[in-house]
Design a protein around this ligand. Sequence first.
Ligand code: SAH
Ligand code: SF4
Ligand code: F3S
Length: 441
Amino acid sequence: MDKHYYIVTYGCQMNVHESEKIAGILRGLGYEETKEEEKADIIVFNTCCIRENAENHAYGNIGALKKLKRARPELLIAVGGCMTQQEGAADRLRKKFPFVDIVFGTHNLEDLGRLIGLKSKKKKVVEIVEGKNSVDGEDNDISYRTSYPNAWVNIMYGCNNFCTYCIVPYVRGRERSRRPENILAEVNALLDSGYKEITLLGQNVNSYGNDAGGAFTFPSLLRDICKRKEKFRLRFMTSNPKDFGEDLIRAVAENEQICNLIHLPVQAGSDRILRLMNRKYTAAEYLKKVELLHKYIPDCQLTSDLMVGFPTETEEDFSETLRLVKEAGFSTAFTFVYSPRSGTKAAAMEGQIPDEVKKERIMRLVELVNAQTREKSAAYAGKTVEILCEDYDEKKGLYLGRDEYGRMGYFTSEADRVGEFVKLKIDETSGVSLFGTIVKP
Ligand code: SAH
Ligand code: SF4
Ligand code: F3S
């Protein structure tokens, strides 16, 4: 009888990509994907702990499996990802959800196959390790990808920055860069098999190569990848403003394949808050980099991550965030309410902000960001943009894809366009979405 897997993913693109690796491992063991929980022989939760609500989500959904597990004791339930890697998390999980069979961490995802094998001999398998990754091993691409024509490629693991609010350095360990030749081999294989968009992933791609004594750098990696001359798009995330430098900007400007959309998370507009966050730049330094970016790449667009309610944030601090959002002219931004993470410096700071104040600030921030997004979208009306078609939306009956700047464009087509670059004349805009008609060449 066929065996089936069901994977539930929380968190960032790093996790989405790692779920592709989990899928690859499970397929190697003879499992096939199912979209229905009830039909699964193994359910894997790939968790996130960046904010409390991400954890609550996972907890709720794991808890809801108790019944299914009671009805079908042979069902395997595995929990992995960032949540399990936190101090004491494995014990907490064991107590709260005794029916979970396998717990693994962010450093031993590649061992999942072995852990499943172990489980057949043991009642329960819990393995959390520190500081190891595929980067230290053979570095084969084990991913089973379902995101054609887009592909994610990890260039580094971990983070050294210890922004005071952030749990990532604790659950992902120190920075480890993959060798450029391994990354190039993976990217080239993806392009050879027809992928049209590659997104390079790292917590701070700017520090790529720092752990290898500077033998290679992020700009040099970008230039190497762009030696491929066929048409494709190259994106990356995330770039920390503190070391977002001129050479990187030049590499983006020089290479047509690299999208002129830069995601540059600023977090806050107040220098005092930025200092408390340990972000290592001021608002003025940030805006200088934005200016430099526009100097080299006049048609570039910027997106960001913003946070409200960091400990001690005053109304004046918050208004500086609003001011910076306008000055930097973000085309859109992800907005977050600060969530204390146990073990981080900020969680122990005095002056935690009450929930009502956080709520009120996030609403005002979202309103401003949405207005800016709508305004930028409205400017698309009547223009012609190039879309990389990604999918067909059954409900809308429309094909969809994104332009270089990440705007979603919808259109009708008789032929299947997935994986093709198409030119759209934009008839209508709404929020971040564009609606257009194909322009015949
Ligand atoms: N490495 C990336 C960020 C990864 S986390 C960078 O440095 O830019 C993605 C975003 O989550 C962060 O940019 C931040 O805005 C938000 N975030 C991180 N920790 C948070 C916390 N404790 N509470 C609320 N938002 C948080
Ligand atoms: Fe977290 Fe800062 Fe590292 Fe980004 S750079 S992952 S925000 S510690
Ligand atoms: Fe990503 Fe969440 Fe981990 S944002 S790195 S999955 S804590």
